[in-house]
Design a protein around this ligand. Structure first.
Ligand code: PGA
Length: 254
């Protein structure tokens, strides 16, 4: 069975204390479910405390939101995968559309980051997704497949099997407009088929593919009920316990 995941992406939100309060509330308010992981993608300032606070909770893991592609060196302001690993981090979000857009991260650069993360023992949560223009022009499946081909499809099968994918249509991120469950399912199946074509069907069947873009308590059950949607990567609704906890529980009804 594929691992199912409710992952929060806090982005650049929360000061130190309010972040710690949120982790406490999520620790108290979420429950362990078979085959389900809750992952919190916190800002860097929370990571070490977040790991310590959740060390005794098996179902919660912590993710960083970025790492550098090089092992170490003169890269002022950057954080390496091994630094993250050294404080107990096991997941890293890579390829988010905000990183691609505002920090000019290309598929090739992201391929390097993914390789560095894997070499260091981190599991990448790799984001892909099309803009509204591309969706309206009707070549979203081809666009997303190209993003994968030029980054994570360069990996060996053994490495690829460690990657989690998040399909996040840019037009649905932070807009309140969610892809319909059918739109999400269609693209998740496209991605799964592309994996089967590149690797094989059993790799495709084992890959966890999350949906991201305005996931909220009101739509999480419908989205997570789709056969190829294995959970969500959640921005806005992950910033409050009262909206994120119901999303983590959506699997029970899906
Ligand atoms: P959103 O963000 O849930 O606020 O749309 C999702 C994301 O960017 O991962």
């Amino acid at each position: 069975m594929r691992l199912r995941i409710a992952a929060g992406n806090w982005k650049m939100n929360k000061d130190f204390n309010s972040g710690i309060e949120l982790i406490k509330a999520l620790k108290e308010g979420t429950t362990a479910q078979d085959g389900v992981h809750v992952i919190l993608g916190t800002p860097f300032i929370h990571l070490k405390d977040a790991v310590a606070m959740t060390a005794d909770v098996g179902h919660i893991d912590i993710a960083a939101q970025n790492c550098h592609q090089e092992e170490k060196g003169a890269y002022t302001g950057e954080t390496s995968a091994s630094m993250l690993h050294s404080i107990g981090i096991r997941y890293v979000i890579l390829g988010h559309s905000e990183r691609r857009q505002y920090f000019r991260e290309s598929n090739e650069l992201l391929g390097q980051k993914v390789r560095r993360a894997l070499d260091t023992g981190l599991t990448p949560i790799f984001c892909c997704g099309e803009s509204l223009n591309i969706r309206n022009e009707g070549w979203h499946a081809r666009f997303v497949k190209n993003q994968l081909e030029r980054s994570i499809f360069e990996l060996s099968e053994a490495d690829f099997k460690k990657v989690i994918i998040a399909y996040e249509p840019i037009w649905a991120i932070g807009t309140g407009v969610t892809a319909s469950p059918e739109q999400a399912q269609e693209m998740h199946l496209e991605i799964r088929n592309a994996i089967a074509e590149k690797y094989n069907q059993s790799v495709a069947d084992e890959t966890t593919i999350l949906y991201g873009g305005s996931v909220k308590p009101a739509n999480a059950v419908d989205l997570f009920s789709q056969p190829d949607v294995d959970g969500g990567l959640v921005g806005g609704a992950s910033l409050k316990a009262e909206t994120f906890i119901p999303i983590t529980n959506a699997f029970k009804q899906a």
